[in-house]
Design a protein around this ligand. Structure first.
Ligand code: GLU
Length: 410
């Protein structure tokens, strides 16, 4: 089964429970539009390299397509289809006025010079120009892309179309980026966790959290969670993992990672095998890395009673079933990872009005949207006797289907 088929299993089950008609299922099962392009890059050594790139637009019934761009050697069309669909559900669940899209390039930016990456970004924007726009499709950062890449893309698009800050989000502050956007995915995950902790009567100081992945989402989540009182006991990245049951200082750990490129060998914690992070004695496990880190072969090792999916698609459907059977609550990615796109929306809204909001205002709105969606998911899961993922998909699918219907989708 491909990754796309797996994720569409989540959709299919919810669609069946909702009694969604066949035609609507067909509309929502496949992407609205897929664009595959050549990305031609003159390399520093004088050669030309051609990288494959994609932009997949899953559904646009609720607004412009929205979603990140990923640069990764293993990236492919199936992966982008998967994430484009997740963006449709994520934006609908958070009730922000967007459809879902995703894209990127199969390349290894870590092996490229800044000049090569800049030419890659500019060539990609030129190639997908006909299908993007501030009211059509708005890319953003994702794995291996950040404000730097967004600034080049904004600049390239604006050369042709006039100044267009709303063409991408996640931009640097100097060119219309929003305060709070960099921290937003981690902060959104934390607001969601904190709401659930409140509903369960948990004391933050007693909650031990293991974080898998220490990139943008994982590191900001850890820093902000520790500020609130949660105890971060473990963190990992592709090069190693560390554990200290007394708690780790996430700011010092990030500094160590900046200095050495990895969390491994941080001196105030013990080294552990990265695959053990999810199996530690703790209350909350936070997958914040790449897809499919919790699978059939390791789902039964989880000892925490809550999994907070700050990554996109970290849990396979089979692993989801195993965890549900063992009483582990999974807070689904389309909720727990939505903070990034929520603040992208706030950035885009500021750009449209040529406004600048304070960070307090941004964070307050993020909190409001995250808490409202978390409450809606908890209530629906409770009333329907379904998992949080099932509840989240139901809410999202209903909203997208309603938009399709009133627009006259046939
Ligand atoms: N890449 C992020 C995500 O997966 C953010 C997307 C956006 O801001 O448009 O949600």
């Amino acid at each position: 089964m491909t990754m796309y088929e797996s994720v569409q299993g989540f959709f299919d089950q919810a669609a069946t429970r909702l009694g969604l008609e066949d035609a609507m299922r067909q509309v929502l099962l496949t992407p609205f539009r897929e664009v595959a392009v050549q990305v031609r890059v003159p390399m520093d050594d004088g050669t030309l390299q051609v990288f494959p790139g994609w932009r997949i637009q899953h559904n646009g019934a609720r607004g412009p397509f929205k979603g990140g761009l990923r640069f990764h050697p293993k990236s492919n069309r199936d992966e982008f289809r998967t994430f484009a669909a997740l963006m449709t559900w994520k934006c609908a669940l958070l009730d922000i006025p967007y459809g879902g899209g995703k894209g990127g390039i199969a390349c290894d930016p870590k092996q490229m010079s800044p000049g090569e990456v800049e030419r890659l970004c500019r060539a990609f924007i030129e190639a997908i120009d006909p299908v993007i726009g501030p009211d059509l499709d708005i890319p953003a950062p994702d794995v291996n892309t950040s404000g730097r890449e967004m600034a080049w893309m904004y600049d390239e698009y604006s050369k042709v179309h006039g100044d267009s800050p709303g063409i991408v989000t996640g931009k640097p502050i100097a060119v219309g980026g929003s305060l709070g956007r960099e921290q937003a995915t981690g902060r959104g995950g934390l607001y969601c966790l904190d709401r659930i902790a409140q509903s369960r009567g948990w004391t933050r100081e007693k909650i031990r959290v293991a974080v898998e992945g220490y990139g943008n989402a994982g590191s900001w989540f850890s820093i902000l969670a520790a500020q609130l009182g949660y105890r971060i006991v473990s963190a990992s990245d592709t090069k190693g993992a560390i554990y200290n049951p007394e708690g780790i200082d996430p700011v010092a750990l990030l500094q160590h990672k900046r200095d050495t490129t990895t969390v491994a060998e941080y001196k105030y914690a013990d080294a552990i095998p990265p695959e053990d992070v999810i199996a530690l004695d703790c209350e909350v496990v936070v997958p914040a890395a790449l897809e499919e880190s919790i699978r059939t072969d390791n789902a039964d090792r989880i000892r925490g009673n809550l999994v907070l999916e700050v990554a996109n698609y970290p849990t396979t459907p089979e692993a989801d079933t195993i965890m549900a059977g063992r009483g582990v609550t999974v807070v689904p990615d389309i909720l727990a990872s939505a903070g990034g796109v929520v603040v992208s929306y706030l950035e885009w809204a500021q750009n449209k009005q040529r406004e600048r909001w304070s960070e307090e205002r941004v964070n307050a709105r993020l909190k409001e949207l995250m808490e409202a969606s978390t409450d809606a998911v908890l209530a629906r899961a409770h009333e329907g006797g379904v998992t949080q993922r099932e509840a989240a998909y139901e809410i999202a699918i209903e909203r997208v289907a309603a938009a399709e219907r009133v627009r006259g989708w046939r």
